[in-house]
Design a protein around this ligand. Sequence first.
Ligand SMILES: Cc1ncc(COP(=O)(O)O)c(C=O)c1O
Length: 444
Amino acid sequence: MRHAPDIKTPLPGPKAAAIVARDAKSVSTSYTRDYPFVMARGEGAVVEDVDGNVFLDCAAGIAVTGTGHSHPAVVDAIVDQAHKYLHMSGTDFYYEPQVKLAEEMAAIVPIPGPVRSFFGNSGTEANEAAIKLARYNSKRFNIIAFLGSFHGRTLGSLALTSSKFVQRRGFGPMMPGVYHAPYANCYRCPVGLKPDSCQAECLGFVEDQLLIHLVSPDEVAAVVVEPIQGEGGYVVPAPQFHERLRALTRRHGILLIVDEVQSGMGRTGKMFACEHFGLEADIVTVAKGIASGMPLGVTAARADVMTWPPGAHASTFGGNPVSAAAAIATIKILKDGLIRNAEVVGEYFLGRLRGLMDKHAIIGDVRGKGLMIGVELVRDRETKERAVEERNRVVLEMFQRGVLILGAGRNAIRFAPPMVLTRDQADSVVSIFDDALGAVMGKR
Ligand SMILES: Cc1ncc(COP(=O)(O)O)c(C=O)c1O
């Protein structure tokens, strides 16, 4: 793969423009494409478009290709498995890759004691399974989720999702029994406190309002939480938020479902973001990075919780042998040093991005763990007025300069590169980000 970035044509180039035009006539109008990147091939943290332009990838297919594009060991595992058999439905038959992956999950998920895993194909399916399991196990039906969260777009998960109204508009009524509470967004503290001295008072809404006025705790099946909010803006809560939430759920016998779909599989410099907070879950949902790009969702749960009977829940493709083989290879690569790279390069990257705050007043906050980094843009550091337009323009300027990034929340940018990113590549991204911010602010 050539040096990145290397942009040779105006963007989009002619081949990309032609494919985008065909897409516009035949593909669902519901997809959000911020810019016309048309993939031809990828390797590590570098991707090439159909016109031969080379980009540094800080989006990783929305935090999926953690091991880098087409990691050779993952590709080998996929090819090897594909030659043996592609499918045999783990719901009705047995095959070893599914069993081995369940064993691997039991060994790595932050759930104490014996663990069982259910397999689906995506993050939303992993959360659907978690919702159903929590209701089945607890014989309760209400669920508490958090504002700004994203848990997926199928109707059960969608009822939990509260990231942007466009994701919900036109699809109601939602699944009943879901209540939303403020998340610990410490940069914009919902109760006006400081993270270094607060007692996670934002959870007072759950304890003193929700569970008093609206719903009896003994009718709450589960609380669903992202340990670090993803689509909502890469928001890192103060540790006391998770401590208090865990204590609260235990006090009321409520199951804690931790959604690690975006934050899991090494991205934050630990296998699961939960581990930064010492948080133990009852159910953990995983997808995205688990199989390096092959479709797979996992709902891992305490074995004494996952006791539903045969037929209660299943999916024909779930735990597909090729995806399972890719996941087993992915976990090995993560353990063999990639998580450490995410931690080390992530810390360096975060420091370099924070360094830009002296130069660019538009940067209000830089936060993150490992290679899950969010930069929030504001028009004024005092008022924290959201720089929404500017954020959108920065994303486009980065693309024109050869870096793929995505927004998160209303006015944040997320840096979620493949975890094989090097320091040199991080330096290139930071200097291009510096230019892009300068270009946008110069034009204001
Ligand atoms: C935290 C979280 N949960 C669930 C999902 C849904 O995953 P999927 O798009 O695979 O259904 C996402 C997707 O962005 C996510 O970030």
